[in-house]
Design a protein around this ligand. Structure first.
Ligand code: GSH
Length: 233
């Protein structure tokens, strides 16, 4: 079997990258392209099996949010395990670096003065990494984002692109071990020939929501130039 080194990229789920370097230099937030784009159940390296795959998420991240919603709606909570990072990233005094997602169930939340019960240690890789970035580093990647769909068997990242993760979970729900009957489980991206119009509508809405709402918050919030901020806002 070929080692999965050439992921297939679905260009419909990303921002235009033209002149990204100069746009960034002018203060614009230009989201990079997610690099792990394998297809669960289609790439022979990643067959669909119950209990094999794992998600790393932040509950306050809009991209993770849609993945965790899909996992629940499709009855995959038991067959796809999941770890949750602390909702604030690492501080300036972190021994590795600031602004990274951290698995730290002991970390105290400023607002409550207590740990957060939903936060977990990292249990997917077997290494108990403290930082999501370390999961990428093990693959030679400099990315650091969540969500991550991870294969516990091969210890490889399958995908870090939420729109594609959702479609894969939907398509492979039965093979992945959904606890719901076919009658009860919603089909959130119907693949039948007669559903082409609905799929086109979902894709169109996803492009609109991705660029203007989910990523829109970043384009405004992370711009470092007032005019760029105003335009994004
Ligand atoms: N294309 C990704 C975007 C994920 C993303 O940007 N996640 C943010 C959290 S809301 C993140 O982890 N950013 C940290 C980074 O990119 O270093 C997806 O939709 O899955």
């Amino acid at each position: 079997m070929t080692d999965p080194t050439s992921p297939t990229v679905d260009s419909s789920t990303e921002e235009a990258q033209a002149n990204a370097t100069s746009r960034r230099a002018k203060g614009e937030f230009v989201r990079g392209v997610s690099k792990f784009r394998f297809h669960l159940g289609e790439d022979p390296y990643f067959p669909s099996e119950p209990g094999r795959y794992h998600l790393f998420v932040a509950l306050n991240c809009p991209w993770c949010h849609r993945v965790t919603l899909a996992r629940n709606m499709l009855g995959l909570e038991k067959s796809i395990t999941m770890d949750v990072v602390f909702p604030s990233r690492t501080n300036e005094d972190d021994p590795i670096a600031a602004n990274l997602w951290e698995f730290n169930p002991q970390r105290i939340a400023t607002l409550t003065g207590t740990p957060l019960p939903e936060c977990t240690a990292e249990t997917g890789t077997g290494k108990r990494y403290r930082l999501a970035k370390q999961i990428y580093e093990a693959e030679g990647s400099d990315e650091a984002s969540v969500p991550i769909l991870y294969d516990k068997k091969t210890k490889r990242i399958v995908s870090n692109e939420s729109a594609e993760i959702i479609r894969m979970l939907n398509k492979q729900a039965v093979q992945l071990g959904s606890s719901m009957s076919d009658a009860d489980r919603p089909d959130i991206y119907p693949l039948g020939d007669d559903q082409a119009t609905l799929r086109a509508k979902i894709d169109e809405l996803n492009d609109l929501i991705y660029a203007n709402i989910n990523n829109g918050a970043y384009k405004a919030g992370f711009s470092s130039n007032q005019d760029v901020y105003a335009a994004a806002f």
